[in-house]
Design a protein around this ligand. Structure first.
Ligand code: ZN
Ligand code: ZN
Ligand code: ZN
Ligand code: ZN
Length: 300
């Protein structure tokens, strides 16, 4: 590597000379006339080392997360890992599914071999949860980082009202909502049926619960009618909610009913559940403008 600092070169030359002199005198570099300087260098190195070592005794580095993704499934690499002769690395689950054992990157028809070196690196990566400031004290291995952060119960939630940027715990969101946007909500008690009315074009209405959580009655309007469902504003991932809801919409002749688990959302961004909802056909309700329905939300 080119060096442009003559001072540094001179110092290096002097040091080499000094080392050579010490060697000639039968002294190690830490002995004799150069002792102070060598001690200082060792001290500097130690200081530098402790400067880059973090609290967990490792070295803090920045890694582009894409660099550690499996090139087949594009998810973070999970050991055991396998590589082709050209070094393309994939997780085991992906490599055994490849048709005719061909690497999709280089089309080499070869067997994948174990890549223990990268496994060792992946397994050594540890990171605190990115929500540590919000109270999460988990230290995560590399493959766990992303799945944990999606479901971390300490992740902050966001106020559902458009253009409001307030964020915090579900309880803080609820308190904030009651003091700032209360007029646009229907309060309810768990296990008790209540009537809700929403315009067919309204994307959602907010339902504050008695214990300080906010629920959303979601309304996905489309050509054939409206898909209705319920979400709870809290972290924890979209599955495994312990709130069950029932929706019932009636007209003079018949009624439509749905019983399902409320999904969890930290921040509602206009995405509706694609699997479970109550479809209310366009001409089902007597009103052209509103949908009136009975709602009941039960705490599991
Ligand atoms: Zn994969
Ligand atoms: Zn390859
Ligand atoms: Zn966490
Ligand atoms: Zn707000």
């Amino acid at each position: 590597m080119a060096r442009f600092s003559f001072g540094e070169e001179e110092e290096e030359e002097n040091e080499m000379e000094s080392r050579a002199n010490n060697k000639r005198k039968g002294q190690s570099p830490t002995e004799g006339g150069n002792q102070n300087k060598s001690q200082k260098s060792a001290g500097d190195a130690e200081q530098l080392r402790s400067g880059i070592e973090d609290k967990m005794g490792g070295i803090s580095v920045t890694i582009d997360p894409d660099a550690l993704d499996c090139f087949i499934c594009c998810e973070p690499l999970r050991p055991p890992l396998y590589q082709c002769v050209n070094g393309h690395v994939a997780c085991r689950a992906c490599s055994i599914k490849l048709p005719q054992n061909k690497c999709p990157n280089c089309s080499q028809a070869i067997d994948f071999t174990r890549c223990r070196f990268l496994e060792k690196i992946i397994e050594s990566i540890k990171s605190p949860c990115c929500y540590s400031e919000h109270g999460c004290n988990k230290t995560l291995s590399y493959p766990e980082i992303f799945s944990h952060q999606e479901t971390c119960v300490h992740a902050p939630c966001f106020c559902p009202i458009p253009k409001c940027t307030f964020s915090g715990t579900p309880e803080k969101i609820s308190t904030h909502f009651r003091s700032h946007h209360e007029s646009s909500a229907i309060d309810f008690q768990y296990g008790k049926q209540f009537k809700a009315s929403l315009a067919k074009s309204e994307p959602y209405i907010v339902l504050p619960s008695e214990n300080g959580l906010l629920f959303l009655l979601l309304n996905d309007k489309h050509d054939k009618g409206n898909n209705l469902s319920v979400a709870c504003i809290r972290p924890g991932g979209s599955t495994g909610s312990d709130f069950v809801y029932e929706l019932m919409v009636s007209n003079a002749e018949s009624s439509l009913q749905l019983k399902a688990s409320a999904i969890n959302v930290r921040k509602w961004e206009g995405v509706y559940p694609s699997k479970v909802f109550l479809l209310v056909p366009q001409n089902f309700c007597s009103s052209y403008v509103d949908i009136v329905l009975n709602v009941c939300i039960k705490s599991g």
